[in-house]
Design a protein around this ligand. Structure first.
Ligand code: HEM
Length: 136
């Protein structure tokens, strides 16, 4: 029962009493949710009837927030040429810096890469020397 909506269809539902929005090309009916939104109703009303992917992702919503989208789903967006496209297509939340996980890995990779460079430099010099010996 996956209904298809054009961007125009979604744009018609742009009031607090009838509110659709698009996130990652899925259409959500947020009419009931707008009052419950922990981030306030203003921000939802700002993107009513529009593609809210960028706004949604910029906030870095939790997995719980993503799950609360599921019951609101009403269909899919059928994008047509000329329709607005969200700037962000990432679904990942900002990655946690590896330095917070101990910092050992960073050092390890520097040593490993340094070792590789030294190895190839050595091979290169050996080959060059062999060439020179041959030429002489
Ligand atoms: C139907 C779509 C949305 C759902 C289900 C949703 C859900 C949630 C939930 C559960 C939270 C609590 C914090 C968390 O768990 O991440 C939250 C916070 C928030 N949301 Fe949304 N949200 C939606 C759309 C939006 C949009 C379009 C914006 C636009 C900017 C927005 C802005 C915010 C802000 C500013 C907060 C507060 C963050 C904080 O106080 O740390 N949300 N939202």
């Amino acid at each position: 029962m996956s209904a298809q909506y054009s961007y125009q269809d979604v744009a018609e539902h742009n009031t607090k009493k009838d509110l659709f929005l698009v996130i990652h090309d899925k259409v959500y009916d947020c009419t009931k949710f707008v009052d419950e939104h922990p981030g306030g109703e203003e921000v939802i009303l700002d993107v009513a009837g529009q593609d809210a992917t960028e706004a949604f992702e910029d906030v870095g919503h939790s997995d719980e927030a993503r799950e609360s989208l599921i019951p609101l789903l009403v269909g899919e967006l059928k994008r047509q040429p000329g329709d607005p496209v969200p700037k962000t297509t990432t679904t990942n939340s900002p990655s946690v810096s590896s330095s917070t996980t101990g910092g050992g890995f960073g050092l390890y990779s520097v040593v490993a890469i340094g070792g590789l460079i030294a190895y190839f430099a050595y091979q290169y010099l050996q080959a060059k020397e062999a060439n020179q010996a041959q030429a002489a």
